[in-house]
Design a protein around this ligand. Structure first.
Ligand code: PLP
Length: 423
């Protein structure tokens, strides 16, 4: 007689219904649906020609081609790490030499970097403070490692400083401060809210993390996945730029949204004392990200193809934000209790529906919206495991993959479903 599998605690922590599987099941049973759910970049905008040029440039130099086809180092391809440093120094207006490529680690997407950092900082039962709401894949990563995610309220300007202080005070009173390892923030065009952490809150947040590092160091994990996807206004200095010694802020970045998720190159700028532990953990996992992708991405940057592509993306997405906001005003505007925040960048719009409407798979709206042809991300999946009560009436829409016409049709369908639910 065979015994049932005794799964690890990690496998059990990861279990339960995942958002991705709910959405996939829906998309598969309704292939005609307009997806305003997936946070993908638009297929038509993927840089086919630019990448072909970069490939040719790599392949035209046999030593470089061979380098690309060989294993690399765990930390990553040196010219790429240096190019990332140069860009960050320039974006943040830092003095030359303010960042060192020795502290930059390349990962296959920033998700791996976030995972590795969680592994080296946290034991099961440790705490990461996260905005309520936050990037749901990261929340699942924490859950899978047995790490407690605790929510901190956010407003139009990002994480609320007073709410962060209150959470830290509460944890201190409970004797739990030593278990708080990090504060996670998507500092530009957040997933799911589309909001950017206000410039004046950035320095103060770094200061808060330092001041509360009395029972053990509390890091800030700054996720900059959408920084380059700005359609209006000027860039703001990163949280990392308020940490000149680089001891407090771990910065994660990626080319997935700004260039190609298929190439899947991400990076981390790490505090010096985290470099070795993260590299050891990465060494145990893959001893280095795919070298071909790194050489390719490095060449894309070197040839100026990245900046040119960003201009194309920005133009396309500007039109999509306009299409989204026009449709929202036209179809959702007349519905009472529906609010929608205009994003200046990124891929998402966050909606608030009337109190009492449950947007989740257990409520009526999700199925009715699918019947009318539109798929969205129920907001309740984006909340940390603990913290303030989870509102049931939020929705994340993404204008990433759909065309302007599809966005219009999708939002019209959603408005119809909301009207049906609210009577
Ligand atoms: C906020 C945020 N961080 C990180 C990522 C990870 O992207 P990748 O692992 O492709 O770099 C995503 C992807 O959707 C994201 O939305």
């Amino acid at each position: 007689m065979s015994h049932p599998t005794d799964f690890s605690r990690r496998a059990r922590w990861s279990g339960g219904e995942s958002l991705v599987s709910v959405l996939m099941a829906k998309a598969l049973t309704h292939p005609e649906l307009t997806s305003l759910a997936a946070g993908f970049v638009e297929n038509q905008t993927l840089p086919v020609d630019a990448t072909a040029r970069a490939f040719e440039a790599v392949w035209s130099v046999p030593e470089r081609a061979r380098e690309a086809l060989q294993y690399g180092t765990t930390i990553g391809y040196p010219p790429l790490r240096q190019a990332i440093v140069d860009r960050l120094v320039s974006c943040d207006g830092l003095p030359p030499g303010a960042l060192s490529a020795d502290h930059v680690v390349i990962t296959p997407g920033s998700n791996q970097l976030l995972y590795l950092v969680a592994c080296v900082l946290c034991d099961p039962g440790d705490v990461v403070l996260c905005g309520a709401p936050s990037y749901f894949v990261y929340l699942a990563t924490l859950r899978g490692l047995g790490i407690r995610s605790i929510g901190v309220a956010v407003d139009q300007r990002g994480m609320v400083p007073e709410a962060l202080e209150e959470q830290l005070e509460r944890l201190e009173r409970q004797g739990q401060l030593g278990r708080v390892k990090a504060i996670y923030v998507t500092s530009y065009f957040d997933n799911p809210t589309g909001l950017t952490l206000a410039a004046e809150r950035r320095g103060a947040m770094v200061e808060t993390a330092r001041r509360w590092s009395k029972a053990g160091r509390i890091y800030i994990i700054e996720d900059t996945a959408y920084r380059e996807l700005r359609y209006w206004g000027d860039d703001v200095p990163s949280l990392r730029s308020f940490d000149p010694s680089g001891e407090t802020v771990i910065q994660a970045g990626t080319f997935s949204k700004s260039y190609s998720p298929g190439i899947r190159v991400g990076w981390g700028v790490l505090p010096p004392e985290l470099v070795e532990p993260v590299l050891t953990a990465k060494g145990n996992l893959d001893f280095g990200s795919p070298q071909l992708n790194q050489v390719l991405m490095s060449t894309v940057l070197e040839l100026g193809l990245f900046d040119r592509h960003l201009e194309v993306l920005r133009q396309g997405y500007r039109a999509k934000v306009e299409a989204t906001m026009e449709a929202a005003e036209r179809f959702l505007g007349p519905l009472s209790g529906v609010q929608c925040q205009r994003p200046n960048g990124g891929l998402y719009v966050w909606l608030r529906l009337p109190e009492g409407v449950d947007t989740g798979p257990a409520g009526r709206l999700f199925d009715l919206a699918a019947e009318r042809g539109v798929l969205y991300v129920p907001g309740q999946f984006c909340y940390p495991a603990e913290g303030p009560p989870v509102p049931r009436n939020r929705i994340r829409l993404s204008f990433g993959t759909a065309s302007c016409e599809e966005i219009g049709r999708g939002i019209e369908a959603l408005a119809g479903a909301i009207r049906q639910v609210t009577g």
